[in-house]
Design a protein around this ligand. Structure first.
Ligand SMILES: CC(C)(CO)[C@@H](O)C(=O)NCCC(=O)N/C=C\S
Length: 193
């Protein structure tokens, strides 16, 4: 059976250092899964894109469009995906999605998302950002859209604080992806053979 298509996305949280590990563990868990990675420019500060063994899509790739009938990347990726997981989801992109902004590749994919497909998000931010009143408001907005939260955990953060705001553990993220894929006929197989 053709592999399911997982669109992984990351944002400008230091938790993006875990992207290579998320990819590695997901591939080990189910080698038939095809993974593509959408990055925001800021996320690239936190890991070496060359070390990642999957195709990476950046904002600049959207602008290879030249003329009518050329593919529109955010639509092509949304069509390709059986599931999308944004991990980490930083406070900035959380706010953009909650308010419908679509000013880069990642938020444009989300803005065009097909709600028949699972969209998971794993917030990650400093505890003081986590505790701001807007964080819960924005997360509640995303869950009201039907997106699936992979909740933060309390642990030591990149700024040496200890508290809520840390991204969920990688194996938690991977098991959430697998369980959301299970009951799902991937787009790549003919419907009702
Ligand atoms: C970075 C990582 C994954 C290490 O285990 C963990 O601390 C985390 O998700 N932190 C949340 C993001 C963060 O720390 N923000 C930056 C300033 S505090």
């Amino acid at each position: 059976m053709a592999g399911k298509h997982v669109l992984l996305a990351c944002t400008g949280s230091v938790a993006s250092i875990k992207i290579p590990l998320i990819i590695q563990q997901l591939q080990e868990a189910d080698p038939s899964i095809e993974i593509r990675l959408v990055v925001t420019d800021k996320s690239l500060h936190f890991f070496d894109a060359k070390s990642v063994p999957v195709d990476i899509y950046k904002d600049e790739d959207e602008w290879k469009w030249q003329k009518m009938k050329d593919p529109v990347l955010h639509i092509e990726l949304r069509r390709w995906a059986d599931l999308m997981v944004i991990s980490p989801l930083d406070a900035n992109t959380l706010a953009k999605i909650a308010n419908g902004l679509c000013d880069n590749l990642l938020t444009s994919i989300v803005r065009a998302w097909d709600m028949k497909c699972p969209l998971l998000f794993a917030p990650a931010m400093n505890t003081m950002m986590w505790e701001h009143v807007l964080t819960k408001k924005h997360i509640d907005t995303l869950t009201s859209f039907g997106y699936i939260e992979i909740p933060c955990v309390a642990k030591k953060l990149a700024c040496d604080d200890t508290g809520m705001g840390a991204m969920a553990a990688v194996d938690t993220i991977v098991s959430n992806i697998l369980s959301c894929l299970q009951p799902f006929e991937e787009k790549s197989s003919p419907v009702n053979e």
